[in-house]
Design a protein around this ligand. Structure first.
Ligand code: FE2
Ligand code: FE2
Length: 151
């Protein structure tokens, strides 16, 4: 069973961003597998590096979306991204120096952070964007009523 699974409630109604979130979930699960299967440090390092660089790309793409649509809470959201990158980068450096290894605590931190960030902060810009214009994804799966009205 994967550590983190895509849930339709994660959808931000922007197909490209949903695809990026799915990829991040897959990368966190791959890191979890690398830990459980006790893969070599070199393999684990590659998975960590891939996750960190893809996370940066994803954050840049979201932040471009904020600029393009004049999202009013962009500054606070960008700060959340920056704080996460700071922590993950510190771990990446410690891992590289052999000071730290993968742990279930780290895996839970990554998984919980991504899930909570998507469900709270990312859903907030999603509500703002969908109020501005029709959703770009197929209308077959509208956001749950409770979620949309709570924003
Ligand atoms: Fe995101
Ligand atoms: Fe975000």
């Amino acid at each position: 069973m994967p550590l983190l699974q895509w849930d339709d409630r994660f959808s931000v109604q922007v197909d490209s961003i949903d695809a990026e979130h799915k990829k991040l979930i897959a990368m966190i699960n791959a890191l979890h597998d690398a830990m459980r299967q006790q893969r070599s440090r070199a393999v684990q390092q590659r998975v960590i590096n891939g996750l960190v660089s893809y996370t940066r790309i994803h954050f840049v793409n979201e932040e471009r979306l904020f600029v393009a649509h004049g999202y009013p809470d962009a500054a606070a959201h960008k700060q959340e991204h920056a704080r996460f990158i700071f922590k993950v980068k510190a771990f990446q450096d410690d891992f590289e120096r052999g000071k730290l290894g993968l742990s279930i605590d780290l895996m839970n931190f990554l998984s919980d952070w991504l899930r909570d960030h998507i469900m709270e902060s990312d859903q907030r810009y999603s509500a703002y964007l969908t109020a501005q214009e029709p959703p770009t994804s197929s209308p077959t799966a509208p956001p749950p009523a409770g979620l949309a009205s709570a924003r």
